[in-house]
Design a protein around this ligand. Structure first.
Ligand code: RIB
Ligand code: CA
Length: 313
């Protein structure tokens, strides 16, 4: 049985990703670790506890980094609401997070299950980078990191060249990317177009309690996207990433690439340059020998089928 740690800055799309995993019978979620990102860690942790409760599960939640390793926290409450889940009174968990710090939990769990633990990273990389810097040898025993991050092969959502999870803490992202731990990246590009939900598709979730929870938790995004693009839609990047983790048939194309993360204080901060090793470049560039799998395309209809199925009673 696959063993997971899910590291997350629970906003609406993380919540839908967590539901998809928590309702998957054939996997073991050893714990959920939270950090600051979409909203401050106090909120992301309450949100994680609420999602676990909504799913009737007992998975422990561990709090981690409340801010990036080297910079102040940038949040996305304009996208998710102040509480991260649509500011509509959804969040009132009865349980508390564990006392152990998320980084200690990650290290203890990986040491206890060498070469078995898959980490799904749905937010900035601060917790994972701190674990790597604290005990690189133990983290080398992580089986795989699945990361919702980067623009993929599209444009940025926080700057023209940077995606939010990398932009919040590019220094940490570079540590994770260069760690040598096998890694697959699902970029922001994958959640757009047919993979995003129309207002009607979001309303189509309302017929079950979990569907209502996820629909209301992602409703702020409709207005945000409409203000930005003139079209109301709900993109669910973390949920697409989780679908790819749990259901490989969702992925229709991937490339092996060397990825370089720009972590210097320049307008390119947070950009991840993806060198597809099969795409010869016109200029000679000695691509370093650290490779990452980057998902290039998914089947949006299949993604939605898995999403809808996870929300049924
Ligand atoms: O850029 C999208 C990512 O940033 C998602 O993980 C979303 O939840 C936010 O954290
Ligand atoms: Ca997230």
């Amino acid at each position: 049985m696959r063993k997971f740690i899910i590291d997350t800055d629970v906003g609406g799309d993380d919540a839908a990703a967590l539901v998809m995993a928590l309702r998957e019978p054939d996997i073991e979620i050893l714990g959920i670790t939270t950090l600051g990102g979409n909203v401050p860690i106090e909120n992301t942790t309450l949100n994680a506890l609420q999602v676990v409760e909504e799913c009737g599960r007992e998975v422990p939640v561990y709090m981690g980094c409340n801010k990036p390793l080297m910079r102040e926290l940038v949040t996305a409450d304009n996208v998710h609401g102040k509480d991260g889940m649509g500011d509509c009174g959804l969040i009132h968990p009865t349980r508390k997070p564990e006392k152990l710090h998320a980084v200690e939990f990650i290290l203890e769990t990986v040491a206890a299950h060498p070469d078995e633990v898959e980490i799904v990273s749905l937010g900035p990389a601060s917790n994972i980078a701190l674990a790597i810097m604290k005990d690189r040898d133990t983290m080398k025993k992580v089986k795989h990191i699945w990361s919702m991050s980067t623009c993929g092969f599209g444009a940025g959502n926080i700057t023209p060249v940077a995606e939010f999870n990398v932009f919040v803490d590019a220094e940490s992202y570079a540590v994770m990317l260069n760690s040598g731990i096998p890694m697959t990246v699902a970029g922001f590009d994958l959640c757009l177009g047919d993979a995003s939900l129309t207002p009607d598709e979001l309303d189509g979730l309302l017929h079950t309690p979990l569907g209502r929870f996820i629909a209301e938790g992602n409703r702020v995004k409709l207005a945000f996207n409409e203000s930005l693009t003139g079209r109301a839609f709900a993109d669910l990047p973390d949920t697409v990433a989780m679908a790819a983790v749990l259901h490989p048939d969702v992925v229709t194309e991937s490339v092996t690439a060397h990825c370089y993360c720009c972590a210097e204080e320049t307008p390119a901060y947070g950009q991840v340059i993806i060198y597809d090793i099969k795409k010869p470049l016109s200029v000679k560039y000695d691509i370093p020998e650290t490779f990452t799998t980057v998902i290039k395309a998914i089947n949006p209809d299949l993604f939605k089928q898995y999403l809808y199925a996870s929300l049924e009673e």
